[in-house]
Design a protein around this ligand. Structure first.
Ligand code: NAD
Ligand code: APR
Ligand code: ZN
Length: 240
């Protein structure tokens, strides 16, 4: 068991205690903005200025000094460094708090807020400043073609093939801070259970839409439940 592969899926809840709003909770990010107004390709075509303002605000918030990785992010980085088997971290979050905490094997299935991409030439680059709908691409010179390098509703998440490969035959699957309302991520637990006898644990503040698919649940803030579970796992590995 000690060398089993662990797959961890994280959502907005893991970054809540770092000061980033979740999507669907009270005070959630989409309040005041219907999701279709800001997170679809159609919205971007209809009103690129609004979509840029929305992501500019999120990018600025992420770069504020008080937004830092919390003990849950750090515990997952420690798990990757110390677990004797493979640890694959899949995040729906577009923030960079897992990287800042030290995670290396990390897959951003919904893209990254600190990157932009040109719809004309496809070039991607890092970006820490506001984007305007008239800005020109530094690679091809087209104006008005830059977009946040994030995955919108109706678009294909990144790395699905690698993710399903990692899920199949893993020994342990953890879901942290995700409401289980957005597919395909919400269906990962079912894929794990269909493919083997993995242990499945949900760590969330409250039951999610897919809680019943998990064999175990730990309820509470991620900054408390994740470090406790990681301690448990590393202690059990050390005893083997
Ligand atoms: P979907 O929810 O089925 O998602 C399609 C794909 O887009 C998924 O693979 C998802 O991973 C990805 N995706 C793209 N951008 C995303 C983003 N910003 N955040 C999260 N995931 C993103 O999309 P759909 O087919 O447009 O919607 C299916 C149903 O879900 C519809 O009935 C729709 O009304 C509903 N919906 C609900 C919400 C909500 O917040 N409750 C949001 C969007 C859609
Ligand atoms: N600790 C643990 N869980 C928490 C905490 C916390 N401190 N705070 C909130 N949560 C839980 C909430 O109870 C909720 O179930 O985290 C979950 C956050 O859910 P959502 O806001 O729906 O975020 P997420 O599941 O990541 O959304 C999925 O939807 O809009 C898209 O692209 C977006 O990637 C995102 C996707
Ligand atoms: Zn370009």
């Amino acid at each position: 068991m000690a060398a089993d592969r662990i797959v961890v899926l994280t959502g907005a809840g893991i970054s809540a205690e770092s000061g980033l709003a979740t999507f669907r909770g009270p005070g959630g990010l989409w309040e005041g903005h219907r999701l279709e107004e800001v997170a679809t390709p159609e919205a971007f075509r209809r009103d690129p200025g609004l979509v840029h303002r929305f992501y500019n605000a999120r990018r600025r918030r992420l770069l504020e000094r008080d937004v830092q990785p919390n003990p849950a992010h750090r515990a997952l980085a420690r798990l990757e460094a110390e677990w004797p088997g493979e640890v694959v971290l899949v995040t729906q979050n577009i923030d960079d708090l897992h990287e800042r905490a030290g995670s290396r094997r990390l897959l951003h299935m919904h893209g990254e807020l600190l990157r932009i991409r040109c719809e004309a030439c496809g070039q991607r680059r890092s970006c820490r400043e506001d984007i305007d709908c008239t800005d020109a691409c530094i690679a091809c010179g087209s104006a008005g073609t830059l977009r946040p390098d994030v995955v919108w509703f109706g678009e294909m998440p990144h790395g699905l093939e690698r993710i399903y490969e990692a899920l199949s035959g893993c020994g342990l699957f953890l879901a942290v801070g995700t409401s289980g309302q957005v597919y395909p991520a919400a269906g990962f637990v079912e894929a794990v259970r269909a493919s083997g006898a993995a242990r499945t644990i949900e760590l969330n503040l409250e039951p999610s839409a897919v809680s019943r698919c998990f064999a175990e649940r730990r309820t509470g803030p991620a900054a408390r439940t994740v470090p406790a579970l990681v301690d448990e796992l590393l202690e059990s590995a050390a005893r083997q």
